[in-house]
Design a protein around this ligand. Structure first.
Ligand SMILES: Nc1nc2c(ncn2[C@@H]2O[C@H](COP(=O)(O)OP(=O)(O)OP(=O)(O)O)[C@@H](O)[C@H]2O)c(=O)[nH]1
Ligand SMILES: [Mg+2]
Length: 460
């Protein structure tokens, strides 16, 4: 990790806090509307489940102009939580908010977490829990669920398990879950969930790693944390948290940059750690803790027509890059799909009487998916494409940023297909489709391993 750049204000805060047993870290950027609840829930969890430990809560903010940091310190004071829970903890909670420094000129969620790691390490905490600041569904028990396996079970990394609506978590479902599972053999269902428990030992390991990139300063951080825990040989488990309800995002309009940062990071790490995956066959379950829950996560609308239109639009400018990063067969198959996607998107828009952008809000996901029903992006093609990218990253003739940017429209097509095929399924049944795709990644792993072992992509 790049050399420390903690500001004097943060150092002073660390000096004042001294040490702590357990820490909750919350990254934020313009979350004034939601962070107060997250802070109170985390605080209540610390008081209720760990009354004898010395706790600290640290908000690492980007310098939000909306008053996020003020909300953190001014939300209901500690006495309030203690009085409603009828608990008198041994140590008063310290609640602090700091403005994190950028890393080599780059800010983002990862830069916020880097500062959180440094503070946790300086305070010598045994367990660090990280939670997002836009959560609606966090309850105090999450703190126990994410820290308990570390403090009581000897684990180093706790990934979340939640019920997410069938169209939510598309980067997870299409790339990070199946690829992490097939490469490293661990079935971690939410490798970029955003809510994690990390042991003090693993925090130290993170700080010692030397592979930090700009993407990790942003949304690459979550997959970097998960993958580094696996490649470092740390003990990993999952915690059942119930539903993840947060500020929703439509994959077609909001997730392009996040996809590039997450997928750029997972591919770079795969190319850097062949020793951790070349010999792994199949996969195994990862222990899950916490009582099971039956929850229907809130639905999410997706503009399926736009997803297919994006795939088609991509083919108009990216065909050459696709040919450089994919095998000839796979590039050809994507171009055929893109053409089909364009035709179907136009026909569906005409059928539904949609004019231009912004006009789609009044048409439901189901109606769009129905109109696009003929489209199908096969699981095995998607798995081969992702593996082609691992080889392309190793080859290095096209920069990773350009590779993942060119993959975005293809990912949109894959997500569009998933939405279309699963339009009549419940979230539980759609889960079986995610599993099927993950098995396809495992089945096709020899496609990657054989090419890698044969030296394909090794720069001449
Ligand atoms: N400090 C800081 N935090 C950020 C920044 N961007 C995002 N975050 C925080 O990172 C957390 C996750 O961000 P979201 O935008 O909700 O992303 P997400 O929930 O992981 O993504 P989806 O599952 O795709 O919705 C939230 O707590 C954000 O406040 C940033 O630039 N700086
Ligand atoms: Mg979120």
């Amino acid at each position: 990790m790049p050399a420390t750049t903690l500001t004097p204000a943060i150092r002073e805060e660390i000096g004042r806090l001294g040490r702590a047993d357990i820490m909750v870290g919350i990254p934020s950027f313009k979350n004034a509307a939601t962070i107060g609840y997250v802070v109170r829930a985390a605080h209540a969890g610390l008081v209720q489940y760990f009354p004898d430990l010395k706790p600290v809560l640290v908000n690492s903010d980007a310098g939000s102009p909306d008053g996020t940091q003020r909300v953190v310190v001014e939300t209901e004071p500690p006495d309030y939580v203690e009085s409603i829970l009828l608990v008198r903890p041994t140590n008063r909670l310290d609640r602090v908010t700091i403005t994190y420094p950028e890393i080599e000129g780059v800010g983002g969620k990862g830069a916020a977490l880097r500062t959180i790691f440094e503070i946790a390490d300086a305070l010598q905490v045994q367990a660090l829990v990280v939670v997002d600041s836009d959560l609606r569904s966090i309850v105090p028990e999450w703190i126990e669920l994410l820290a308990g396996p570390i403090l009581k079970g000897g684990y180093d990394y706790v990934a979340p398990l939640y019920a997410r609506y069938k169209y939510d978590g598309t980067i997870t479902n299409t790339v990070t879950y199946p690829l992490t599972r097939a490469l490293y053999g661990h079935r971690i269902r939410q490798p970029i969930g955003g809510d994690f428990g990390v042991s003090g030992d693993l925090v130290r390991h993170y700080l010692e790693l030397e592979d930090w990139t700009d993407d990790i300063s942003k949304f690459g951080i979550d997959i970097w944390m998960t993958t580094s825990a696996l490649t470092g040989g740390f003990a990993v488990c999952q915690a059942r948290l119930g539903a993840k309800v947060h500020d929703p995002k439509d994959p077609g309009s909001d997730l392009g940059p996040m996809f590039r940062q997450v997928v750029g990071t997972i591919l770079r790490l795969a190319a850097a750690h062949p020793d951790s995956w070349l010999s792994i066959r199949g996969s195994h379950d990862v222990p899950a803790y916490g009582f099971e829950r039956i929850i229907d996560p809130p639905p999410l609308e997706v503009n399926a027509i736009r997803l297919l239109a994006e795939l088609h639009g991509g083919s108009l400018t990216l065909a050459d890059t696709w040919r450089r990063m994919l095998t000839p067969d796979n590039a050809e198959a994507v171009l055929v799909l893109a053409k089909e996607a364009g035709r179907l998107a136009d026909a569906a828009a005409a059928r539904l009487g949609l004019g231009g952008e912004g006009d789609t809000a009044r048409v439901s996901t189901l109606d769009m998916a129905e109109a696009l029903a003929a489209f199908h992006f096969p699981d095995d093609l998607w798995a081969r494409i992702v593996y082609d990218l691992v080889i392309a990253v190793r080859r290095g003739d096209v920069p990773v940023e350009q590779l993942v940017a060119a993959l975005v429209p293809v990912y949109f097509g894959r997500v569009g297909s998933f939405v279309i095929e699963n339009r009549h399924l419940t979230t539980a049944d759609a889960e079986e489709r995610v599993e099927r795709q993950a098995r396809e990644f495992e089945l096709l792993k020899p496609y990657l391993v054989e090419r890698w072992t044969a030296g394909e992509g090794v720069p001449a």
